[in-house]
Design a protein. Sequence first.
Length: 97
Amino acid sequence: GNINVYKILQDGKLNGEMQKQHGMRPPITVLSLTVSTKRVIVGFSSGDVKIFDMPSFNNAGFWKPHQGEIFDIITAQNINGFISASGDKKFSCFYFK
């Protein structure tokens, strides 16, 4: 039920841990991080996508783009967005403004 985030220090050690309950019942199947917008994108077996701002973990969006398990999320830094693919044989493309 949690997403755990660690900060890696210059010497390679971990600096603590942040935990965020993602608030969903279905299991996480995939997640990705966008470097340019500093967001964690989480895909679930239900076809839902949740986005969190980093490092605050504020909710930055929630969608249900798929009817099947999301099995891949690819960040596209050059278009400031991401693409998700699912077992429903569809893909979705999202852009951040």
